[in-house]
Each structure stands twice: as structure tokens, then as C-alpha cells.
Design a protein around this ligand. Structure first.
Ligand code: SF4
Length: 141
């Protein structure tokens, strides 16, 4: 029985590095950005090159804003996105991502971490535009 299990395990080995990182969607797709905010034309090349150099694969998380308002949405600030509906939408995405992380971990992969897009009212971990009046505040969450 042990020998049989060993054969099955060997047959599942392939070239994968088994290391992956979770990325905010727009880091790999600048088309998802609000109009006027995309900087490079396609991806954040420095990040992609760095990860490839270390054989780390990317898991591109869904764009919460794009999935909610589409690609022609206006730029908004954190308070404008602070609705129950949008929070519920984001929570559903977050739960799916947590499930993906767990299943990769359960099956021998190493999840290196997450790279989020700071300054976004939705994906920014450390700072984002909070209000949009004359005293616009860039705040810490
Ligand atoms: S919501 Fe997140 S993934 Fe979508 S464009 Fe903004 S920072 Fe990028």
C-alpha cells in the first residue's frame, strides 16, 4: 500500500515551483485601472520580472471595483465605497480568495503572501484617499 502511494505521489511531481503569490488584479492588468490612472501600458513589469526570477507564480485576484462598476467607472474615495452593498461584494471576493489560499496550502504549495495596490480606496492596505472635499485626507486605515 505504501509503495502504491509512493508511485502515485511520484506521478504527480512536475516542474512547478509550488510557490505562489496573490496580487491585486491591476498589477497584472492596467486596463482595470480607473481612466487616467494607469501608468505602465500593461503590467507592473518590475514586479513580474522579480517574481519570475524567483520562480514564483502569480494568482491574480479579482478587481473588486471593476467587478462591481465596470471598466468605465469614475474614480472614487474610500467613503464613497463605504456602502453595505460594496462591502458585501468585497467580502464575497475575500472569502473566495481565502478558500484558494487554504486549498493551495492544504496541497503542499507555499503562499508567499499578498501584494496589494496602495492608494486604492479598495485594495490599499496602508493608505488611500478617504474623503474628496477641499481638505482631502490621505489616511491610514
Ligand atoms: S480595485 Fe484593486 S484591483 Fe481594481 S483597479 Fe483598484 S487597486 Fe486595482
Amino acid at each position: 500500500m505504501t509503495e502504491k502511494l509512493g508511485k502515485i505521489k511520484n506521478s504527480l511531481q512536475d516542474a512547478r515551483s509550488s510557490r505562489l503569490i496573490f496580487l491585486s488584479h491591476c498589477l497584472l492588468n492596467q486596463n482595470a485601472c480607473v481612466r487616467g490612472l494607469a501608468r505602465p501600458p500593461s503590467v507592473i513589469r518590475e514586479l513580474v520580472d522579480l517574481l519570475l526570477a524567483h520562480d514564483i507564480t502569480f494568482y491574480q485576484m479579482p478587481c473588486p471595483e471593476g467587478a462591481y462598476l465596470g471598466s468605465m467607472r469614475w474614480g472614487q474615495v474610500k467613503k464613497m465605497y463605504g456602502t453595505l452593498m460594496f462591502c458585501r461584494h468585497c467580502r464575497q471576493i475575500a472569502e473566495q480568495i481565502c478558500d484558494q489560499v487554504q486549498t493551495y496550502r492544504d496541497n503542499g504549495h507555499e503562499v508567499i503572501g499578498f501584494v496589494m495596490r496602495d492608494s486604492s480606496p479598495t485594495c490599499g492596505l496602508k493608505y488611500a484617499a478617504v474623503t474628496a472635499d477641499n481638505d482631502q485626507v490621505w489616511g491610514w486605515y
